[in-house]
Structures are given as structure tokens and as C-alpha cells.
Ligand binder design. Structure first.
Ligand SMILES: [Zn+2]
Ligand SMILES: [Zn+2]
Length: 68
């Protein structure tokens, strides 16, 4: 039984999160995950660079993929 989970790579923190729970980037509307949203991060990495913003100190750390 293949799990039909809509995982997407967050363009802010790089983690794979549920696409349905994330929100679009304020700048380019690419996928930004729910965890970033909770932390007040609403821009993807590319938009931060474009705007000359520093990486947020509270950016979620990369989650190692668990082999199942
Ligand atoms: Zn994220
Ligand atoms: Zn963006």
C-alpha cells in the first residue's frame, strides 16, 4: 500500500513537509512549509537572497531522512 502523501521540499528550510500544510512564499509563491510558517518565516531561501535578508536564526534544522 503506497502512501499517497503530498510531500514537497520546503524552499526555505529544505525539509520535506506536507504540501497541503505549507503556505506559499510571500515573494514567489513557491512552497514554504508549516514549520517555517510557525516560526514567522514566510519567504523562501531564494527570495531572502534576492532581498538581501540574512538566514533566519530560527530556521528549522534539516531533518535527516529516516530509511524505512
Ligand atoms: Zn521549511
Ligand atoms: Zn520565494
Amino acid at each position: 500500500m503506497a502512501p499517497e502523501v503530498d510531500m514537497m521540499v520546503c524552499r526555505s528550510c529544505g525539509n520535506q513537509e506536507r504540501a497541503s500544510e505549507g503556505s506559499p512564499c510571500d515573494g514567489c509563491e513557491t512552497f514554504v512549509c508549516l514549520i517555517c510558517g510557525f516560526r514567522g518565516i514566510t519567504l523562501c531561501k531564494a527570495c531572502r537572497v534576492k532581498r538581501g535578508l540574512p538566514e533566519p536564526a530560527n530556521l528549522p534544522p534539516p531533518v535527516p531522512r529516516q530509511p524505512s
